[in-house]
Design a protein around this ligand. Structure first.
Ligand code: G
Ligand code: G
Ligand code: NA
Ligand code: MN
Length: 255
């Protein structure tokens, strides 16, 4: 774990770096695929560390909303500077902590950023990641409804694990569920994991939610997910997290 001083220093020195991982459409329309933005932090040695090393510390010191603000600002700045990259992306998912959603000033900042950007709002999906149970459901509903009103969508991240429960589908106006990767990796070996994936698929359909599976590591799982009606897959089978800036060079390899 890093210290809160390192996090503060990283925020003021611009040492947070955006990575991305592909989210691939499982229908026969690859143009529907998108990316998730993933956060990394530069450490003293010049290496990069992942969210598990700094988000728990940031959470304890109430710095999450500042980090989410930094991610949103950096991502929109980057896409406004590289608009052609968006032609190949159906959507860009950005993680927001559920704690940030209870902050009205953060809501105003998000709406202001989306409205003043050239990124089409319909291409932005916010993934709600939970480090804690939602303590003010009315405020979270307000955030989601106001941000949906300008055209963005929402996914419930890591669905089925931690605090994320079926009641959130009833209470929150989400558009997609992301099945927690811990159920997906071993779903062909472990009947309990398979049953969890299947039941989340069933409830997703009943609730008219798109379904995303993460931690998809092989072709056999892809085939099973297609059979269950999963819409999107993300994982090492398709691509590893890589710097967002690598998107600039994508066309060179494609054409
Ligand atoms: O990429 P990695 O496996 O390290 O990400 C682990 C988790 O950290 C993700 O599943 C996500 O929930 C969270 N995360 C990644 N990037 C961000 C971010 O920019 N903001 C927030 N709040 N959480 C993030
Ligand atoms: O918290 P969230 O689920 O958004 O973050 C996903 C994290 O899981 C990323 O940090 C990434 O490094 C990791 N990850 C991505 N794809 C795979 C995968 O196929 N298998 C495993 N085990 N981990 C993955
Ligand atoms: Na996520
Ligand atoms: Mn997840």
């Amino acid at each position: 774990m890093v210290s809160i001083h390192q996090i503060d220093a990283a925020l003021s020195n611009g040492d947070f770096v955006l990575y991305k991982q592909d989210i691939v459409s499982l229908s026969d329309t690859p143009q529907d695929s998108g990316i998730e933005i993933l956060l990394r932090m530069k450490n003293k040695e010049g290496g990069l560390i992942g969210p598990d090393q700094f988000l728990p510390v940031a959470d304890r010191y109430n710095k999450i909303v500042e980090i989410d603000r930094c991610v949103v600002a950096t991502a929109f700045n980057w896409f406004d500077a590289h608009p052609s990259v968006l032609k190949d992306l159906a959507f860009v998912s950005i993680n927001l902590s559920v704690k940030s959603l209870s902050n009205k000033r953060f809501e105003n900042f998000v709406i202001d950023t989306v409205v003043h950007s050239h990124v089409p709002a319909r291409k932005i999906c916010f993934e709600i990641t939970e480090t804690a149970a939602i303590d003010n459901i009315t405020r979270v509903q307000g955030f989601m409804n106001n941000v949906k009103a300008i055209g963005c969508t929402f996914a419930l991240d890591d669905f089925g694990s931690g605090h994320s429960s079926y009641s959130y589908i009833k209470d929150l106006p989400s558009d997609a569920l992301k099945i927690d990767g811990s159920f997906v990796v071993g779903m062909l070996q472990n009947p309990l994991d398979y049953a969890a994936v299947k039941s989340i698929c069933e409830i997703s359909k009943a609730a008219n939610q798109k379904i995303v599976a993460e931690f998809v590591e092989n072709e056999a799982i892809v085939a099973q997910l297609k059979e269950l009606g999963v819409d999107y897959a993300q994982g090492y089978y398709f691509s590893k997290p890589e710097p967002l800036s690598s998107l600039k060079h994508k066309r060179i390899f494609n054409s």
